[in-house]
Design a protein around this ligand. Structure first.
Ligand code: ZN
Length: 69
């Protein structure tokens, strides 16, 4: 989804101008969307984050079981 940083707004491809710029401020929205994607790709989940997620799931599962005991 194209994101305009200046307007803080997502644009659908059909809502943008034909040249891929923001209809409100004229910023090149496509370039910003590509840059955001690169940032996301650089982030790798550290092992302790995965461990935290697993622990959270186990904890919530135990809480649900505890309700019915
Ligand atoms: Zn804009």
């Amino acid at each position: 989804m194209p994101w305009c940083e200046d307007c803080s707004k997502y644009w659908t491809p059909s809502a943008m101008k034909a040249d891929g710029t923001c209809p409100t401020c004229g910023r090149d929205v496509d370039a910003a969307a590509v840059r955001t994607q690169e940032v996301v790709d650089d982030e790798t989940s550290p092992w302790h984050f995965k461990l935290l997620v697993v622990a959270l799931v186990l904890y919530l599962g135990w809480r649900v079981v505890d309700l019915f005991i």
